[in-house]
Design a binder for this molecule. Structure first.
Ligand SMILES: [Zn+2]
Ligand SMILES: [Zn+2]
Length: 396
């Protein structure tokens, strides 16, 4: 039997177990950096397969190796994230979250169970490939500074060092059965902006005796948007959005200060630094000119995610061989962030998307919503495809 058929058969044989694991995780979601039971569950499942997982990396991370023939020849890293979100699940399903207020609404339960399925397939086939597969189950994709950055600090990309790294993410906008790829820049860096504009409050009828922070903050917002429109290279994707503007006065009372919070996203590390510097200078300059004081704070988030072009081309072409041309689609740029980006800055990486949408069954809700769900037939495709891609990439 050819390798792809062998993998497809194993993926089919293990599908019900992958679904059961996904449901167990879905019922028992844990927040970022608190994936203690999830990590125990993962480690146990890996031991059941016959592997020797290393636990406690980044506190709740789990790493295991599957050695093929000639294990030193090449190493590929396969990554799954394990954390859930602070969302009250609204799906009425048998596997509804029982940890109230916490929900796997980004599909990380599917990623974790899928990678466990991949581990089982690859262990079964370990005589059929050369090199080593490094399984990386990481905490806290959803929360700064990102589990990936801590895993890297604690050495996940060493001993042995992966030559390349793959990650998959469920996609509620892509029909189940289809897989999405994009070469080069794919997802955005994410920085949080926290501004406090201090003025001098008082009676709204006497603005001449005050320093109006509401007016200053309004100027600041408009001017910062002009940095995006005037200083950024037009071909460079970038977004600046403010979702919080608190001026806690009333109709006739101007407050002492205004707080603004926003997010700055882009796909160019040089522009990211330059843009942030310009924003700080602009906000402080305008505020000072108008008599106030601006406190401009940036909380750095994830870098932008770049899919290594040659690796992505190879992986996409192998995915086409496995899935059929009609099931491979091209992804658009996406201004959301993803901490897989940290790996992509260090090692040749490819992050692709696994279709999980099923309109006929009403499975259409976006990630991070209380009605998010997946078509679980993706849980046969995900492990099989990742096993195939890993083995093909190791044989390059
Ligand atoms: Zn998410
Ligand atoms: Zn996610």
């Amino acid at each position: 039997m050819s390798l792809d058929l062998k993998i497809k058969q194993l993926a089919k044989d293990y599908a019900s177990e992958v679904v059961a694991n996904r449901r167990h995780l879905h019922i028992n979601p844990e927040l970022s950096f608190q994936e203690f039971n999830t990590a125990k569950f993962v480690a146990k499942k890996l031991r059941d397969i016959g592997l020797h997982p290393q636990e406690g990396i980044a506190n709740t991370g789990v790493v295991a190796l599957i050695e093929g023939r000639n294990p030193q020849s090449k190493v590929i890293g396969l990554r799954a994230d394990m954390d859930a979100l602070p969302i009250f699940e609204q799906n009425e399903v048998s596997y509804k979250s029982q940890n109230e207020g916490v929900m796997h609404a980004c599909g990380h339960d599917a990623h974790t169970s899928s990678l466990l399925g991949t581990a089982k397939i690859l262990y079964q086939l370990r005589e059929e490939f050369e090199g080593t597969v490094k399984l990386v189950f990481q905490p806290a994709e959803e929360k700064a500074p990102g589990g990936a950055s801590i895993m890297i600090k604690e050495g996940v990309l060493e001993n042995p060092a992966p030559n390349s790294m793959l990650g998959q993410h469920v996609a509620p906008n892509i029909p189940v059965g289809k897989i999405g790829f994009r070469e080069g820049m794919y997802m955005a860096s994410t920085d949080e902006l926290y501004l406090t504009i201090k003025g001098k409050g008082g009676h709204g009828a006497m603005p001449d005796q005050l320093i109006d922070p509401v007016l200053i903050a309004s100027h600041v917002i408009v001017s910062l948007q002009q940095i995006i429109s005037r200083n950024k290279k037009p071909a460079n994707p970038s977004v600046l959005s403010f979702g919080r503007f608190i001026a806690d006065g009333v109709t006739n009372v101007i407050p002492n200060e205004v707080t603004i919070q926003g997010t700055f996203r882009c796909m160019d590390e040089e522009w990211r630094e330059d843009g942030l510097k310009r924003m700080k200078k602009m906000a402080e300059g305008i505020t000072e000119a108008m008599g106030g004081v601006c406190d401009f704070e940036v909380v750095k988030g994830y870098p932008f995610l770049k899919n290594h072009p040659e690796l992505t081309r190879r992986v996409k072409s192998e995915a086409t061989n496995y899935m059929g041309k009609e099931n491979i689609i091209d992804l658009d740029l996406w201004m959301a962030g993803e901490d897989f980006a940290f790996y992509s800055q260090v090692v040749d990486s490819c992050f692709y998307r696994l279709g999980t949408r099923n309109e006929a069954r009403g499975i259409i809700s976006g990630v991070h919503t209380p009605t998010f769900d997946i078509d679980e037939t993706a849980l046969e495709i995900g492990p099989g495809l990742m096993s195939w891609l890993a083995i093909r990439e190791l044989s390059q």
